[in-house]
Ligand binder design. Sequence first.
Ligand code: FAD
Length: 412
Amino acid sequence: MSSGLNGRVVIVGAGHAGGTAAALLRQYGWTGAITLVGAEPRAPYQRPPLSKGLMLGKVAPEELQLKPEGFYAERQIELLTGRHVTCIERDGQRVLLDGGEPLAYDHLIIATGARLRPLPVPGIDLGGVVSLRTDVDALRLRALVKEGTRVLVVGGGYIGLEAAASARTLGAEVCVLERESRLMARVASQELSAFVAGYARNKGVDIQLGASVVGFEGEQGQVRSAQLADGRSLPCDLALVGIGVLAEQSLAEQAGLACEDGVVVNEEALTNDPRISAIGDCTRRPIALFDRTARLESVHNAMEQAKQVAARLCGKPQPAAEAPWTWSDQFDLRLQIAGLTSPDDQVFVRGDAAGNTFAIFHVSPQGLLRAVEAVNAPMDFAFARMAIGKRLRTPGARLSDSAIPLKEVAIA
Ligand code: FAD
């Protein structure tokens, strides 16, 4: 077995987290072998543009690449694309590839991401019932959405809403079906949900809340309508199902690693096996600033955990804890969200909601700024993200007064 910076690292999953970890390991001085194994047929790429620029035709598929052509080969990172890891053998410190070949490791990094939450209803296999996770999905969607296409989006989360906005921009007739009583119920405040619903409706998107899909019906194998629990039948040419994702933790579970809706890791992305780390969408991790664990699905999370594991393996200091953050583009809105909310937060709105430029601040009963949801307000977002990271306090009411500069509102 090798030690120091020259052991053999195997990374399972060549997505945003896995690709970043491989690059950072080399950047931080890892001299041993690095093998990056990915089930998809291409090198690591960025998913955020799939529901935005790629669907709108503003971004070409090759522009999604995380790293330029030749990057991995130049850095002696062995990239195996189109290959599945089928098993982790912890005792033998090796993984098995789909062809049965073993790959030995001194350290293993699980970066298997997430898989789509299934919608187990009749008709789900009909043609025209689609989902959106990969570049292949996005290109298929782009080819199917035309002026006047009747698109039903099942699920009013960020990705469903982004795809709905893109489809509407392309001239489709779009209806969003959300089972809950508001959009983005799991991740956004009431105030943001209501604003986004109103904005999308103004743009001509039909938003149906409390609408639960119980099946699809079709003709000649092609979807023609969705059936709702209340007995209604809504006609469509295309149904995009986007009801969230589940952590892809099956390999870890089979190997007996601790999993609780995500592979359980510590603040340095290490699992309960000292030779196995896990990073990205597949993990449940501690959120240092919030004294709790969470499963996060964001680029920032993938990159932060990639830094944690690369720094640990290369003997570098851990990156400073940051507030989790993400973004979403819908029509001409840029939503930017940082921090985590709690039910006991008080909410303060700053800016001009009627003019589509404002920020919603979430403040704890102790006066700690816990989260921000900014709409076309990048300066407020940047300030709040920094303030959350530094655990700054604020007399909340002053946040709502746009006449007071934010830097004068927050106090250490
Ligand atoms: P992934 O990128 O999913 O990569 C995991 C990889 O592992 C996959 O390629 C998978 O095929 C592979 N894999 C799984 N199992 C195996 C196995 N057994 N063997 C080999 N390979 C395997 N985040 C934001 O912050 N902002 C956004 O605006 C945003 N928009 C998004 C829009 C869309 C349409 C989607 C789908 C996601 C979006 N996200 C966004 C989320 C963000 O892309 C993810 O959080 C990020 O990709 C997570 O990276 P990851 O490496 O953990 O997982």
